[in-house]
Every structure is written in structure tokens, then in C-alpha cells.
Design a protein around this ligand. Structure first.
Ligand SMILES: [Zn+2]
Length: 109
């Protein structure tokens, strides 16, 4: 993912409408690119900072952004676990199909 693409993903990252595949590339870029990480932090501070000011909330925005990033990583990890699990299920189905085929052969011949 390029810097421009990462920057374009920031709004959808904040409102959590970002697609999983895009999220994976976005997080990978943000974790390895200090420039885009800074841009993300700035946009978060500006957006949430103004919201907090108008609502009179207490400020712990840096921690909030970290929490948001952790949550996004957790979402992807859950997805990867599900995907691994679905491959295990597929393998079981294939093994059972083979076993059934062998049994059928034994019954017929
Ligand atoms: Zn970048």
C-alpha cells in the first residue's frame, strides 16, 4: 500500500467501514511507516479532539488511538483464525469423502 492509499483509508478506518483486506494492508503500512502513523494520529486528534472539547470529555486521545489500532488487529486475527478453522473443516470433508469412497469400493467389489 502506498502513502497516498493509506491516507485515503484513514476516514474509513475511523468509522470502521474499511474492508478486511484493505484493513490488513492499512495496518501493515501504518505499523511500518512513521509518516502515515503521524498523519493518522493528527487526523485522530483533530477529529476526536474537537468532539471531546464540545462534549467536555477528558483527554486521553493517544491511548484511545492505540486502543483503536489494537481492536483492528484483533478483528483481523479473529478473521485469520476463522479462515484457518474453515481450512481444517475443508480438510476433514475431503478426508471423509475419500474414506466414504474407499468404503463404497469395498462394499461393491
Ligand atoms: Zn506511508
Amino acid at each position: 500500500m502506498t502513502h497516498k492509499e493509506a491516507e485515503r483509508c484513514i476516514p474509513s478506518f475511523f468509522d470502521e467501514s474499511i474492508e478486511n483486506l484493505e484493513l490488513a494492508e492499512f495496518l501493515e503500512h501504518i505499523d511500518s511507516c512513521p509518516d502515515c502513523r503521524e498523519e493518522l494520529t493528527i487526523q485522530f486528534l483533530v477529529g476526536r479532539g474537537l468532539q471531546s472539547l464540545s462534549m467536555g470529555d477528558e483527554f486521553n486521545l493517544a491511548g484511545e488511538l492505540d486502543k483503536k489500532l489494537l481492536k483492528a488487529h484483533a478483528r483481523l486475527n479473529r478473521l485469520y483464525r476463522l479462515e484457518r478453522f474453515s481450512w481444517i473443516l475443508r480438510a476433514i470433508v475431503v478426508a471423509e469423502t475419500v474414506a466414504l469412497f474407499m468404503l463404497t469400493l469395498r462394499i461393491l467389489f
